[in-house]
Design a protein around this ligand. Structure first.
Ligand code: EPU
Length: 332
């Protein structure tokens, strides 16, 4: 247990913030020993999806539970059980090395394995839920490890029950993923196809992973170089009539199908239209290649980034009548 621990290196915005108390746990038994947790606690994984607006007055518990093991295997599939504290991209690289398919489109997403189901991470035509089998999580009231199957998790676009009614109540210790030995390639996302063609790469899980890495590296800032949390807002889901009305006014607006009632809009496009891309106020800014990504150029405070986010939110609301919801967790 550490007091007044710096969180600067433990989250990807790289803000100068502290936790009143900090502890890291490497095993379920260590976690059980520190129960009951104080009411004001925060579970930290890779810290890649959070904005601290000030110092955290409670206890930060860092998930460092490691391990990657194959627990079931047949001719077509493997079931892999992974510690919540493993780094997501290292798991992806491990799977590619073993020739297990299913994670390649999710290459280079920052963050930890335990955090991946919480917001059902997704990119380039794939989502965590596509390979999810079940997870193990400790009930923080009882200390009992419970198993959550697919249906229990309530996955939706960047959503799960762990962001909703169960927020803060469980600690995800292990995640079980079903990977395929016989790859079916997902190149539905146009940019992947383009890179594969340009580089004349034969189709394989490795070439898809390399293509995704290339696209992400071009568009998204590397948190090691410039603090950020990936997409700051979610892409808004609106009624089809709302999307149609916007399309009439702005013919080039990207609109994606969701279901019979709803469409998804591109938050990055909305923000970009209003001239925010590359904007900077002090050290808080908007990434120059992706308007959906807010950045810390060095010494921004969480408050400054949050103030900028609110300004962007207000301007999008005013012009398009759409309220952008943060995708990152705002720790106030
Ligand atoms: N766009 C602009 N200007 C911008 C940014 C985007 O016009 O500054 C347009 C693009 O041209 C495109 C559309 O908006 O027509 C969508 O852009 P892009 O394909 O870059 O993806 P995104 O919707 O901005 C989402 C995810 C990303 C994920 C990519 C690729 C969310 C909130 N974000 O971004 O996830 O990597 O798709 O699948 O769903 C993250 O969650 O942190 C994240 C980076």
């Amino acid at each position: 247990m550490k007091k007044n621990a710096s969180l600067k290196k433990l989250h990807t915005f790289g803000l100068e913030v502290q936790a009143a108390d900090y502890i890291s746990v490497a095993h379920e038994t260590e976690l059980r020993k520190i129960l009951p947790l104080p009411k004001n606690h925060l579970i930290l994984g890779g810290g890649s999806n959070m904005l601290f607006t000030k110092d955290f007055e409670g206890l930060v518990i860092h998930n460092k539970i490691k391990g990657i093991e194959v627990v079931e295997e047949n001719e077509e599939q493997v079931l892999v059980r992974v510690g919540g504290g493993e780094i997501w991209h290292e798991l992806v690289l491990w799977a590619i090395e073993q020739n297990y398919a299913g994670l390649e489109n999710l290459s280079l997403i920052p963050g930890s394995v335990g955090a991946a189901p919480i917001q059902n991470i997704g990119a380039y035509g794939a989502e965590l839920k596509d390979v999810f089998d079940r997870l193990e999580a400790m009930n923080l009231e009882t200390g009992v490890i419970e198993t959550f199957g697919f249906e229990d998790c309530g996955f939706a676009y960047r959503e799960s029950i762990f962001k909703g009614t169960l927020k803060g109540k469980y600690f995800i210790t292990r995640v079980l993923l079903r990977l395929s030995k016989q790859a079916t390639f997902n190149i539905s996302y146009g940019a992947i196809q383009k890179v594969l063609e340009d580089t004349q790469s034969p189709l394989s899980i490795r070439s898809i992973s390399n293509a995704v890495i290339q696209i992400r590296t071009q568009k998204l800032p590397d948190p090691k170089e410039i603090g950020n949390s990936g997409s700051f807002f979610k892409n808004p889901i609106v009624e089809i009539a709302v999307a149609k009305a916007l399309q009439e006014k702005y013919p080039s607006i990207p609109v994606y199908p969701v279901n019979n009632d709803f469409n998804k809009l591109a938050a990055g496009w909305l923000i970009d239209q209003l001239g925010w891309k590359g904007y900077r106020k002090g050290d808080a800014g908007v990434h120059q290649h992706q308007a959906l990504v807010l950045v810390n150029h060095g010494n921004a405070t969480g408050e400054e980034i949050w103030a900028l986010a609110k300004e962007i939110q207000a301007s999008v609301q005013k012009e398009f009548g759409i309220l952008l919801e943060p995708e990152v967790n705002i720790i106030a």
